[in-house]
Design a protein around this ligand. Structure first.
Ligand code: IMP
Ligand code: MG
Length: 176
């Protein structure tokens, strides 16, 4: 099978939208410090771009989770590969994700992090595949709501490939 990528969201639209999201966050967190908790690896590109447009004092930490293997469907089991390095108690935490699909990963992370008693907890995602939602999760900031296609680029991968594409594409498989 040959992998083909159809362009869906170009780089300029992504960066413009990220600037708009940053403005919303700047308004909502005025006078506060923001602690970004970024989910590796996919959300790194988005989190870095977003952070450049934030005007409050910002700190950033990373955690790694697995819910997908090298395939395209969730394994249903979420594993914490690497936890945050800093304590989040009393902090205004913004969880940064690349995409929310079933919402199961987010549900797991939120339950885990809420036990650590942050001052506040909100979620920011570049992409939202809302139609596929299974878990009851609340997302404060959404970049783009997308249809049910497999997205790659701007941090999102298929079998660790395509993260470095500057745009969001739809991955399709064609017969050789
Ligand atoms: P969820 O637990 O079903 O919401 O899945 C969340 C995780 O699955 C995301 O953080 C991604 O790592 C991965 N994922 C879900 N949909 C896609 C996609 O379309 N492209 C790439 N990764 C995806
Ligand atoms: Mg992810």
């Amino acid at each position: 099978m040959k992998e083909t990528i159809i362009r869906r969201i170009d780089e300029e639209s992504i960066t413009n939208r990220i600037r708009e999201m940053a403005q919303d966050i700047n308004r909502d967190y005025e006078g506060k410090k923001l602690h970004m908790a970024c989910v590796l690896k996919g959300a790194v590109y988005f989190a870095c771009e977003l952070s450049k447009h934030l005007t409050m004092p910002v700190s950033i930490d990373f955690m790694s989770l697995s819910s997908y293997g090298d395939g395209m469907t969730s394994q249903g089991v979420i594993t914490l590969n690497q936890d945050l390095t800093q304590n989040i108690a009393g902090k205004d935490v913004l969880l940064v994700e690349d995409i929310i699909d079933s919402g199961r990963t987010l549900f797991y992370v939120e339950n885990m992090l809420m036990k650590r008693e942050p001052a506040s907890f909100e979620v920011c995602t570049l992409l939202d595949k809302k139609a596929r939602r299974e878990a009851d999760v609340d997302i404060r900031y959404v970049g783009f709501e997308i249809e049910d296609y497999f997205a790659v680029g701007y941090g999102l991968d298929y079998a660790q490939k395509y993260r470095n594409l500057p745009y969001i594409g739809e991955l399709q498989f064609k017969e050789d």
